[in-house]
Design a protein around this ligand. Structure first.
Ligand code: NAP
Length: 495
């Protein structure tokens, strides 16, 4: 397909996973490739989220590619801006920028004549042998339909669209939502602005964490001595703990779950002093049912005179502020919607058509799914990084993407080496995988823990990987070839 006889790959998205794909494709030197990115910079979620307090709750040095550690992190948990800088620097260092077409949104993809035909928003087209979706998960903001929002006199925006032109000094700010995002914003703004009103619909458990700066000496040591960094990271112990966490969360070992839950319960008990506030902050579901919120400062912030927890329901937004259903008008200058994302969109609204005219919406009519989170029947030579049914929310997405890439590259090799012309999971394989997955999902704490969350699909079944970390690593090790349709030119022409 390409001029030099190499097969061509199109990657959609230049966030963490798309950059990874670029680095690996360049390193392998087997393919021609282009990464299409709809924005003007790399970084994905770290480009879009710039809200005050933005921090990743994975320990800093573990939030990197395994082949490119980052000694420069200033804190034990990485600030969003430092993660963004890391991805920008890594993209440049590995020479990936030349492969990225910025400001280029892919709107449609169709598999015909044995390859993927791409439609771009600017009207141009392209084609490739392989298509990789690295479009992220928590990407499409959930904007609640609150009556009167359009009449608010102040500024109102989603947390992933922070308006940095605003002067926060003396501002009265509402934060709606208390997931990881809302909790981080409240922690960062309280004491800096006149008042932060935190609108909580459902109380959340807060896992305490100890953040802090690395000293200049430590950073210098990590820079000069990768072994010291490796020792400090202790990947083996870290992965062991991830394994235990996933055994607890997936219901395989309820005793282990309790050891992770207890610090959340103790945190509420020991950190919140006013008994009435403590009860308002006490969730009615089990810790870890919703995506666990980690915070070093939330309980301090919400007890600060510059913060107020609002648990009355939101009735409407008025020009002056938010009216709650107890009749109170909360006068405000800024309303931040920390209301999460549509976690079921993946590469949509892009439309896709695979073999036999099957559309993505048809394939996903019941729920978004993919065999081992990577491949969809009838969508040959199309693979996803951090696609549906993967372990999103369980362990670091960077680790997941690297493991998935190693797996995907084996599928691509199968085609590149001429053993077949196209490959995708078989219908039987996906059916068997989904049946086992849906059954296992009902043992997870996301299902049994008595809460609602973005983990749940439209039928209330957790959409995330319902097994432990080890199983994911083992599955990604080597494809089970019998689970794949390995197609030849004749099959494709007749499709
Ligand atoms: P989220 O966890 O989905 O939380 C959304 C919040 O908005 C919930 O508290 C929800 O209340 C509330 N909400 C939604 N619609 C509402 C409405 N109409 N009225 C009142 N409240 C409403 O979203 P998020 O905090 O942005 O986090 C999403 C995910 O991003 C996290 O779970 C995490 O995986 C990731 N994240 C990670 C980090 C990190 O440190 N690694 C930081 C930020 C985000 P209910 O609970 O009642 O539904």
């Amino acid at each position: 397909m390409s001029r030099n006889n190499k097969k061509r790959v199109i990657v959609i998205g230049a966030g963490m996973a798309g950059i990874l794909a670029g680095i690996k494709l360049k390193e392998a030197d087997e393919y021609d490739f282009t990464i299409y990115e709809k924005a003007d910079r790399v970084g994905g979620t770290w480009r879009e989220n710039t809200y005050p307090g933005l921090t990743c709750d994975t320990p800093s040095h573990h939030y990197t590619y395994t082949f490119e550690r980052n000694p420069e992190y200033s804190r034990h948990f990485p600030p969003g801006a430092e993660i963004q800088a890391y991805f920008e620097n890594t993209t440049a260092k590995y020479g990936i920028l030349d492969h990225i077409s910025f400001n280029t949104e892919v709107t449609a993809a169709e598999f015909t004549d044995g390859c993927w035909h791409i439609q771009r928003k600017d009207g141009q087209t392209d084609k490739a042998d392989f298509l990789i979706a690295a479009t992220g998960v928590l990407h499409h903001p959930n904007i609640p339909d609150i009556p009167g929002a359009d009449r608010f006199k102040g500024a109102l925006f989603h947390s992933s669209r922070w308006d940095h032109s605003l002067n926060l000094d003396g501002a009265r700010i509402a934060v709606i939502g208390n997931g990881s995002t809302g909790v981080q914003i409240v922690g960062a703004l309280t004491g800096r602005v006149q008042i932060v009103k935190h609108f909580q619909r459902t109380a959340q458990w807060i896992m305490p964490m100890e953040d802090g700066d690395f000293s200049e000496e430590e950073i210098q040591l990590f820079r000069e001595n990768p072994e010291a960094l490796a020792e400090a990271m202790d990947v083996e112990t870290y992965n062991h703990n991830v394994e235990l966490y996933t055994q607890g969360i997936t219901g395989q070992n309820p005793e282990l779950a309790k050891t992770f839950q207890q610090p959340c319960r103790d945190n509420l008990e020991n950190s919140v002093h006013d008994p009435e506030l403590k009860e308002r902050l006490r969730p009615d579901h089990e810790p870890m049912c919703k995506r666990l919120v980690f915070s070093a400062n939330y309980y301090d912030a919400i007890q600060h005179p510059g913060a107020e927890l609002v648990t009355a329901g939101i009735e409407r937004i008025e020009p002056e502020g938010i009216r709650t259903n107890d009749g109170v008008l909360h006068e405000l200058d800024i309303i931040v919607l920390a209301t999460g994302f549509h976690a079921d969109q993946f590469m949509r609204p892009m439309t896709m058509k695979g073999l036999h005219g099957t559309t993505l919406d048809e394939a996903w009519a019941t729920r978004p799914t993919a065999y081992l989170a990577v491949s969809i029947p009838d969508f040959p030579n199309f693979f996803m990084l951090n696609g549906p049914t993967g372990p999103v929310g369980n362990f670091t997405l960077v680790d997941i993407a690297e493991l998935q890439w190693d797996y995907i590259s084996q599928l691509m090799d199968r085609v590149n080496s001429g053993q077949c012309d196209a490959i995708c999971a078989s219908h039987n394989a996906l059916r068997a995988f989904d049946a086992e997955r849906l059954e296992a999902a009902k043992s997870t704490i996301w299902y049994t823990g008595g809460c609602n969350s973005w983990y749940l699909d439209a039928e209330g079944i957790p959409a995330s990987w319902p097994w432990n970390y080890r199983r994911f690593v083992d599955e990604m090790n080597a494809p089970k070839w019998n689970d794949f349709d390995q197609l030849h030119a004749g099959d494709l022409n007749n499709a």
